[in-house]
Design a protein around this ligand. Structure first.
Ligand SMILES: CC(C)(COP(=O)(O)OP(=O)(O)OC[C@H]1O[C@@H](n2cnc3c(N)ncnc32)[C@H](O)[C@@H]1OP(=O)(O)O)[C@@H](O)C(=O)NCCC(=O)NCCS
Length: 182
């Protein structure tokens, strides 16, 4: 596949909420063994509270993880609460040696899961790290009895869309994310 550069975020001239979001759903049938190139010494482990500052900074600074410009990702306080009590959720990070280089997090609601964050440090992209993280996330969710995983990807984020499609995720209805801050 031709490699494409990560697109630049341009806020909508109308309301600044979104550029358009595509919805992708998967039913736990993805083939996590289809990708095998992991030349780096990468290991996937559960996120711990030491990882919070980096995870938060990734969420704060990368539009790919946002629903809107004013409603970005989790606050540090939310991440602290979430990691302290993850219940059935899956919070994974990828490390190259000791260095934190990526994350993949998903909430569960009974047999349904919503993946809210996938990110790989720029220098480590294109090495199969996201493939490894998503494969492990899906495997863990499957073991927990999850039947459907959903996520939303910005319509310009072709890298992420192709990645999830390679795991069997399909495009759902085009949707407009609505949000309010309380
Ligand atoms: C999307 C992202 C997670 C991919 O991470 P990565 O570790 O580079 O991905 P992998 O090396 O595992 O690549 C897996 C697949 O993703 C797709 N992909 C990754 N980079 C791509 C690129 N530059 N162009 C096109 N497709 C790409 C391909 O389908 C690739 O499979 P292939 O290698 O068989 O072609 C990473 O670019 C990133 O962190 N982007 C910013 C955050 C983001 O977009 N998160 C997703 C929010 S929904």
């Amino acid at each position: 596949m031709e490699r494409i550069n990560t697109p630049v975020f341009e806020p909508s001239p109308f309301c600044g909420i979104i550029e358009g979001v595509r919805y992708a759903t998967g039913y736990g049938e993805g083939d996590s063994t289809a990708h095998t190139k992991h030349p780096l010494d990468i290991h996937i482990v559960r996120a711990t509270k030491k990882d919070i500052p980096t995870m938060w900074a990734w969420g704060e600074n990368h539009w790919e993880l946002w629903n809107s410009k004013s409603c970005k990702w989790y606050s540090r306080a939310s991440l602290r609460r979430w990691l302290a009590d993850p219940q059935h959720d899956v919070l994974l990070v990828a490390k190259a040696g000791d260095r934190l280089i990526g994350m993949c997090v998903a909430h569960t609601i009974r047999d349904f899961a919503y993946c809210t964050g996938l990110f790989i440090e720029k220098d480590y992209r294109g090495n199969g790290v996201a493939t490894k993280l998503v494969g492990q996330m899906m495997e863990e969710l499957r073991k927990k009895g999850v039947k459907e995983i959903t996520l939303s990807a910005n319509a310009k984020n072709n890298c992420a869309i192709s990645l999830f499609e390679s795991f069997g995720f399909k495009k759902g209805y085009p949707t407009i994310p609505l949000y309010v801050r309380l």
